[in-house]
Design a protein around this ligand. Structure first.
Ligand SMILES: [Zn+2]
Length: 267
């Protein structure tokens, strides 16, 4: 009985010693778990964040092409208006020429005849000038029409792309919202394993890190976050799991392969 009791006491003493060690190890596993979950949430948000930008870019491009088409259509209308004005001017000149030619039949002298001839010549030149302008306007209309058809072809393509992107975005949002919701719940559960002070530190490190990594593994004797070499003694301390150790360069929490393995066996 006494021997048993001593054995119990020893067992109790070991248990009293162990919980602290296990607790640090558990905390490290929990922090690594938290990191894995949060990184997954980051990835989801990045994917979801990029698609709306792509949709926005397409919408902007479509709006630009529509404005362009409208502008060219307005130009064409203005040119058509100018052409009909020139056509009216030609008709007027033709009318005048006809009248001058009739007047020439009834002139009293050469001077009057020559004067009318000059008027006819002037109106003929006016007609030629108007015809030249009409040809120029028609050439411009042709150019604009080509621009419009190019813009419309691109518009059709972009509208197709937009429909695809929007559908993609919607399905990603639907798919990931539930996933994100579950991950956030898991993240909170992992936070509960660790004391608030450590969670706060974790969040602060994560916010400051560009890649959102606050817990990193030692890789080839270096910090997995900033890649600075970790001194051997420091590495030994990390492997002991006796306390939470941060990188002296970047401040990230360092863990060894053992913690990663434990995380995988628990997952
Ligand atoms: Zn570092």
């Amino acid at each position: 009985m006494v021997a048993e009791s001593n054995a119990e006491k020893r067992k109790a003493a070991v248990q009293a010693e162990e919980p602290q060690e296990i607790s640090i190890e558990r905390k490290l596993v929990a922090l690594y778990t938290l990191q894995q979950i949060d990184s997954q949430i980051d990835r989801i948000r990045i994917i979801r964040g990029e698609l709306p930008l792509e949709v926005q870019d397409l919408e902007d491009e479509i709006a630009g092409l529509e404005t362009r088409t409208e502008k060219f259509n307005n130009e064409i209308s203005a040119l058509k208006q100018l052409i009909s004005e020139k056509q009216l001017a030609i008709k007027d000149s033709q009318g005048l020429i006809k009248r001058y030619e009739e007047q020439q039949q009834n002139v009293r002298n050469n001077r009057e005849y020559d004067s009318l001839s000059k008027e006819i010549e002037f109106q003929t030149l006016e007609i030629q000038l108007s015809e030249k302008r009409i040809r120029e306007y028609n050439a411009k209309i042709e150019d604009f029409a080509k621009e419009i058809s190019d813009a419309e072809r691109r518009l059709e393509e972009r509208r197709g792309d937009l429909a695809v992107k929007k559908a993609e975005l919607q399905s990603i949002v639907e798919e990931t919202e539930k996933e994100e919701h579950d991950l956030i719940a898991k993240s909170k559960a992992s936070e509960d394993v660790v004391e608030d002070r450590l969670v706060m530190a974790y969040k602060r490190i994560r916010n400051n890190a560009r890649n959102g990594l606050a817990v990193v593994q030692i890789e080839r004797d270096a910090c997995g976050g900033c890649f600075n070499k970790i001194p051997p003694q420091h590495q030994l301390d990390i492997r002991m799991h006796k306390k939470v150790i941060v990188c002296e360069y970047c401040g990230r929490i360092l863990i060894d392969q053992d913690i990663v393995t434990k995380y995988h066996s628990e997952a």
